[in-house]
Design a protein around this ligand. Sequence first.
Ligand code: 13P
Ligand code: SF4
Length: 330
Amino acid sequence: MENLQVQEQLEKIGFIDEKIDPTLKLVDEINRLKKEKNAVILSHYYVEGELQDIADFVGDSLQLAQAAAATEAEMIVFVGVHFMAETAKIINPSKKVILPDLKAGCSLAESAPAEKFAAFKQKYPDHQVISYINCTADLKTMTDVVCTSSNAVKIVESFPKDAKLIFAPDKNLGNYINSQTGREMVLWDGACMVHEKYSVEKIIELMDAHPDAEFIAHPECEKPVLLLAKHIGSTSSLLNYVQQSPATKFIVATESGILHQMKKACPDKIFIPAPSNDSTCACNDCSYMKLNSLQKLYICMKHELPEVSLPKEVIDKARVPIERMLEISK
Ligand code: 13P
Ligand code: SF4
């Protein structure tokens, strides 16, 4: 059954709206369930701070995939989005992988439907495919090597200079890697709804108002935004940068969840979320990541549902390009 259908079934039987005893201390209960069920909680930097704090491991997409591959726990609880949990299942298929809300998708993954990508790929029969990890398992089955924003340049450079390459699904990251490596990869026309919303004009205004601040950005942002940035990198790279930079103020163009770790690591520094072009929305929040909550995490661990499952043939095929990535990233 498709994941969304599973989620709808769970909603119908009242699983999602399960009443929780208001006196229950959710953090204590989650920690108790974790021990009882020999589970590991993996959280991405974009989820709410309290969900990062309860995790056994918090990290970027690459670090989370590495943690999923290395865990000895019996159950992986993925507090992030669906493609991340799916990747954990593909790398470690004997483990049970659960995700607090199966509707936690990703606009980038959705921007590359497998059938459309298969038709696109057919137009370039002599090209190899590098896929950003933010894609579906089906797309990974059509991929030669997966990458994340942490290792994308290294992965691309592991191919000979004259290799013909397709990069999917993020055109912004693809463009950025082309500019860094001098390659001319063919790009799939996908983008992230959060990282495409930044306003260059408003960022410039903010930089003028805070001349002592450094502007840093995730490579999923559009080129005009990246051109303004002092540092460009994955979530973990941005986090490392603010710790080692002598600057004490930063304007940050990526999902606002990362600010939790930045403030924890540098309590005396100031972090300003970069402004988006729409002042009426919480555009710096990934609405998918923010579907996770402490309540849903507790219910999910209690019932060990919803579980991420995939056909064996998809797991077997999609594992190959992920394992190649993990090998190259060592
Ligand atoms: P990172 O791998 O940099 O954590 O990025 C994940 C992501 O979804 C960015 O939008
Ligand atoms: Fe996907 Fe964008 Fe959310 Fe990252 S921030 S999970 S790329 S929708």
